[in-house]
Design a protein around this ligand. Structure first.
Ligand SMILES: Cc1cc2nc3c(=O)[nH]c(=O)nc-3n(C[C@H](O)[C@H](O)[C@H](O)COP(=O)(O)OP(=O)(O)OC[C@H]3O[C@@H](n4cnc5c(N)ncnc54)[C@H](O)[C@@H]3O)c2cc1C
Ligand code: SF4
Ligand code: SF4
Length: 428
């Protein structure tokens, strides 16, 4: 069986901050106003809708509501999967058991295996075509209309956080009998074109690269068509050779790293070398149970201390957001630090917390610099709460009424009273 080619879609409507999740290509593109993560998201209301409650402190502050959290791997890793294939195995199991009529997910473009293409998968074996990570955006949710046209009442959707936010915002009006939502975390996405440029900086034969992953041991793993593998320490990546707009503002200011509105999140950040599962509600638990003993679960580990890594990242991000060059480590020190990072740096859940804190800081600093008027509506309270321990607090006018009492002065106000100006303009 092969997945049918997708139907011709409408052109996207012009939008400022947009990852082309597909809503602007729907019959009523005005739905973006309600559905978009980049306009005025309401995470507390949608957490209530999806999980029946809001995040309740502790690790939920970082990762969103969850019932259970695991390190995990498929007993038999799936060929072609990004990690061991839990995500696509969940979709295949739902199809096999007749719990859904179709799984809405991404497969690869026929011409360019790195380019995502939305597809409605109806046969369990065809979920193999969805395995692996592509870089870029594709209008996943536009196919909700095709699903309705084909009479699919029971649907599973696999998506990244900006897609899942819009899906949840529109869920009530989709008229589905049943919806299963499988999410992956997402960060540092960019256009497929930009990604090809990045590959060309990593290897002189970029077309032979078949796999890339930013691993939790501070190294990027590349795999090649001839079966060989290469590991590159993060510190040796050619990041300073990338143009400053390599990562679009959307992905520098994204507010939901861990896909908190999915029924189940499948990532790797908290997995210490394995995958990382967050079961968020009973539907997520039902999907996991469906895999039975085909999946191996254990308790997540957590080691090291993240604070100094996060502080260093924030200082560098403040410089970059202010248009200053990144502080580069001397070349002679890089091998030593690259050797030390996986050994003494934050690992497991501590690594995941560090990444979520870094992302929250990045959101605040880049929006402050490039789109300050959007901050008040676009940054949810949970992002401010995650960044607050690092002195990043809302300036006047940067947040809605719910946080005004909590951060009365605000970091921006403090810096202004010291005559220092906004953090993003700091010259030191
Ligand atoms: C751009 C991007 C950035 C990511 N960053 C992180 C991160 O920082 N930390 C982390 O823990 N995890 C991240 N992930 C998720 C991670 O890479 C794995 O996809 C996840 O752990 C699932 O692995 P698996 O073996 O279970 O997936 P598989 O079984 O191989 O299935 C992968 C699924 O991802 C979907 N997919 C692939 N590319 C895209 C895309 N561009 N857009 C939408 N859906 C897509 C496929 O359709 C498929 O359903 C990211 C994913 C993407 C797409
Ligand atoms: S990301 Fe989706 S909801 Fe937001 S503007 Fe683009 S198409 Fe509309
Ligand atoms: S980083 Fe955020 S905005 Fe960018 S593609 Fe991923 S989920 Fe969407």
């Amino acid at each position: 069986m092969t997945v049918k080619p997708r139907p011709t879609l409408r052109d996207p409507a012009p939008r400022s901050l947009c990852t082309d999740c597909g809503v602007s290509r729907m019959e009523n593109p005005a739905l973006c106003g309600k559905a978009c993560q980049f306009i005025a998201p309401d995470y507390p209301a949608l957490e209530q809708q999806a999980h029946g409650r809001n995040r309740s402190g502790g690790d939920e502050t970082f990762f969103g509501p969850f019932q259970a959290m695991y390190r995990a791997r498929m007993q038999t890793p799936r060929r072609g999967a990004q990690w061991t294939g839990i995500t696509t195995a969940l979709g295949a199991d739902l199809l096999l058991k007749g719990k859904v009529d179709a799984v809405l997910t991404m497969i690869s473009d026929a011409e360019d295996s790195w380019r995502p293409q939305p597809a409605l998968v109806t046969y369990p074996a065809d979920m193999a075509q969805a395995r692996g990570m592509r870089m870029g955006y594709a209008p996943l949710l536009a196919l909700l209309e095709e699903a309705r046209a084909q009479g699919f009442g029971k649907l599973a959707v696999i998506g990244i956080p900006c897609q899942i936010y819009a899906l949840r915002a529109l869920e009530a009006q989709l008229g589905l009998d049943r919806l299963y939502v499988i999410g992956t975390p997402c960060s540092d996405n960019t256009t497929t074109e930009n990604f090809h440029h990045f590959l060309s900086l990593l290897d002189e034969n970029p077309d032979t690269i078949t796999y890339l992953e930013f691993r939790a041991d501070f190294r990027v793993e590349l795999r090649f068509a001839d079966g060989s593998q290469r590991l590159i320490p993060f510190l040796s990546l050619p990041i300073s050779e990338l143009p400053s707009d390599f990562f679009p503002l959307t992905c520098r200011t994204c507010v939901d790293y861990t896909n908190s509105l999915a029924d189940i999140t499948v990532g790797y950040m908290g997995g210490t070398g394995a995958q990382w599962l967050l079961v968020r509600n009973t539907r997520g638990a039902e999907m996991l149970e469906g895999l039975g003993d085909r999946i191996v679960l254990s308790a997540p580990d957590s080691r090291g201390k993240r604070a100094s890594a996060v502080k260093g990242f924030i200082a560098n991000t403040a410089r970059a957001a202010g248009g200053l060059p990144l502080r580069r480590m001397p070349d002679w020190l890089r091998p030593l630090v690259s050797w030390l990072q996986p050994r003494i740096g934050p690992r497991g859940l501590e690594f995941a917390r560090a990444r979520v804190e870094m992302k929250a800081a990045e959101t605040i600093l880049h929006l402050r610099r490039e789109a300050p008027a959007k901050m008040k509506n676009m940054i949810p309270d949970h992002v401010w709460n995650i960044a607050a321990p690092y002195g990043l607090q809302p300036d006047a006018g940067e947040t809605g009424p719910s946080l005004v009492d909590k951060y009365p002065g605000g970091e921006g106000a403090r810096r202004a009273s010291e005559g220092a100006g906004p953090l993003s303009d700091t010259k030191s």
